[in-house]
Design a protein around this ligand. Sequence first.
Ligand code: PA5
Length: 436
Amino acid sequence: MTKIPFRFDSQLAGKNLIDQQLADTTKAALQDLLADSGKDAAFLEVPFDSGALNTTLAAIKGVPARFTKVLVLGIGGSALGTQAALEALKYAPARKDKKEVRVLSNLDPASISDMISWFDPKDTLLVPITKSGTTVETLTQFSIFTNIIRESLGDAGLRDGMVAITDPERGALRQIAIKTGCQVLDVPPRVGGRFSVLTPVGLFPIGLAGYDIEAMLGGAAAVLKNVDMAHPSVQAAAGQIAMMKKGASIRVFWAYSDRLAFMGDWLSQLWGESLGKPGKDGPVGQTPLRAIGSTDQHSLLQLFMEGPKDKIITFVTTKDVPVVKVPDMSFLHADLAEFANKNVDEVFDALRMGTTVGLVDADRPVFELQIDKLDEATVGALFTHFMIETALAGYILQINPFDQPGVEAGKKFAHGILGRPGMESFKARVDQVLGG
Ligand code: PA5
């Protein structure tokens, strides 16, 4: 794979979108980003890490055949990428020895209870994933499922029935892995959670689901070739910033594919958590919003068309769809003649194109991202495209796209409520605000 398997186009948002000043800033920011590839921007090196790939492939091969199912525990960057890939690839061919992989990515007791009914330690491998090894949601889930394993299979079950994915040194999960003797895969310490989908965090569960993770990294590597000003990810980043400067405070990822809904969720985390920061001249960022076509033509479109002019929409399309013919049922009613004998995708495309032109005519800017085949290489390429776009946008905005200090405050109050020693003052503040 040498070619980037998608096209990005910003023409419909207007010509000369990126003025000379923004082009100069982008060029300098790109240089800085690429220079940081051995440091904060370590995600740029991930697709070339053959050591991690080989370890992951060996771990996949080493999973005993009795495990026909896999339960992944994780949240945020430790879950969303896997969910996005599994959803995007759900009609792609998978290996014969594929396992049924489910991801528990929230602490909603209803979802946990549902998963407990599905989980059987005799045939289900547990894969807890947390880079920090300390995340409340993941460790709570972990306590529940390891208890089920232990009650059924004893300590040997914890050793043989679990593969943990975490930081090589830090955190509770690493220590638990040492204690139980279970296998552990490392999350590269310099790769942040939301930039980690192409590390074992995503590769292990996606590979267990039967997909070709080498092809996925091949697609990612194709995007990392010749990253210059003409590169689609660079054009996309500069285009987003240009629109931000014109007042687009909302970025809409509008996929005309049900399979890309989770990709929109993954991007929302990446874009929101990376860019919502205090900037030099005040807060910066752009609110991500995921839409699905044509469904949201009957929901969000009215807002996009006639609401505040504060959005930039990226239409994401794929030609990788099955042929489904619409039968001629016009004898029931003349209105059905319009679709008769057409393929469903012709009708679907007409709706999208109609919406696109409607938005352009209403002076609502749109970008387009067109995908041919929705396979492993494309999924790897899309992840990489959006990660470059996001990191570069951060560098252009002169903020650090790799941290998330703003999420810490809430965690401290939660620890206070849960009774962690040393957090009593946070509990006192909670009582003050919410009533003790
Ligand atoms: O991008 C990030 O770092 C976060 O969103 C994390 O992915 C999320 O908080 C989960 O963290 P962890 O993998 O440490 O459990």
